[in-house]
Design a protein around this ligand. Structure first.
Ligand code: AMP
Length: 307
């Protein structure tokens, strides 16, 4: 069975949406990715750091999903990374209210020995040099996927470009793709980003689905139109976790299988937004994922002949 190594923040989030407000709850890119990928029962581990204020029950929750937590360092006298965000009535728009790096500020990732031979690597949202340092510890990965955000484009673009040059796939949202490439058209943005290194570019468009670009081929996966979206936080990470979780499980890097991975990413992200924080991902069942796959098929299936 292939192994999946996930690097990403494990955090406290405080979220405000038009539907309500939460105080510090479990969040972080690594957390969402791990919970999402765990639906494929793959052998996975998270590398991250938390402070002494991080409750044991959250680590136990990850472990209960068969995620190896040995690589989550606990800095006893430090504070866990904290992020707070506020969404507008249009849930596609959010403002970051606060980012407290805390223990993430001096994080030196250590990949557990048992995962140095991981075939699949997910570099979740973290400082690009931390992502690079973790990547350098992995012997011979088959596929490396990078997720990042505007925060790093604004603060350390040169470092970010170094890591982008070393990965196979980048997942990025539409606004960030425009910022990174300087191009307004997403097709042109994907071309510019491909030239920076990644063979595959996945552009996430929130409630408007996701695009996969590879050489001269393009694939589009819709997002499921949902009646209610409570909290979009972590949807991008959940998407990435579904994408790489499926690829780790199937161990097949054909373009057709990459398309399936994008569909699974959208499938899992559609659950994540139904409740605050990670709540929906904690209780999700295989049966629900299977039913939603059918809903996705129905959504895009049509039977038409040319005239
Ligand atoms: P998303 O909604 O997919 O962008 O992911 C939101 C998650 O990313 C939250 O759970 C945050 O804890 C985490 N996050 C936000 N900003 C950062 C950052 N600068 N570094 C690492 N993780 C972050």
């Amino acid at each position: 069975m292939s192994k999946l190594l996930i690097i990403g923040s494990v955090a406290f989030d405080a979220i405000e949406t038009p539907y309500g407000k939460t105080d510090k709850i479990l969040g972080g890119a690594g957390t969402y990715i791990g919970l999402s990928a765990s639906n494929f029962n793959v052998d996975s581990a998270i590398v991250s750091v938390v402070g002494g204020d991080f409750p044991d029950k959250y680590i136990e929750l990850l472990a209960s999903k068969n995620i190896n937590t040995e690589g989550i360092e606990i800095v006893k006298d430090g504070k866990t990374f904290f992020w707070s965000g506020k969404y507008h009535t249009n849930l596609n728009k959010r403002d970051t209210i606060e980012t407290q790096l805390n223990v993430l500020a001096d994080f030196n990732p250590v990949v557990p020995t048992a995962y140095k031979d991981a075939e699949y690597v997910m570099l979740g949202n973290l400082h690009p040099l931390v992502q690079l340092s973790a990547l350098e510890q992995i012997e011979n990965p088959k596929l490396v996927v990078l997720d990042t955000m505007n925060f790093w484009m604004d603060s350390c673009l040169d470092d970010l470009k170094k890591v982008i040059a070393k990965v196979d796939v980048i997942t990025i949202n539409d606004e960030e793709a425009r910022q990174l490439s300087g191009e307004e058209s997403l097709v042109q943005a994907a071309r510019v980003i491909e030239a920076m290194g990644p063979k595959y570019v996945v552009i996430k468009k929130g409630e408007h689905g996701a695009l996969l670009f590879y050489e001269d081929q393009t694939f589009f996966a819709p997002a499921l139109p949902l009646e209610e979206v409570f909290d979009p936080t972590g949807a991008g990470d959940t998407f990435a976790g579904g994408f790489i979780g499926y690829l780790t499980k199937t161990d097949n890097l054909s373009f057709d299988n990459m398309k399936n991975a994008v569909i699974y990413g959208s499938n899992l992200a559609s659950f994540s937004v139904e409740k605050f924080g990670t709540n929906r991902m904690q209780e999700l069942t295989k049966k629900e994922i299977g039913e939603r796959l059918e809903a996705f098929k129905q959504l895009t299936h049509f039977n038409i002949k040319s005239y």
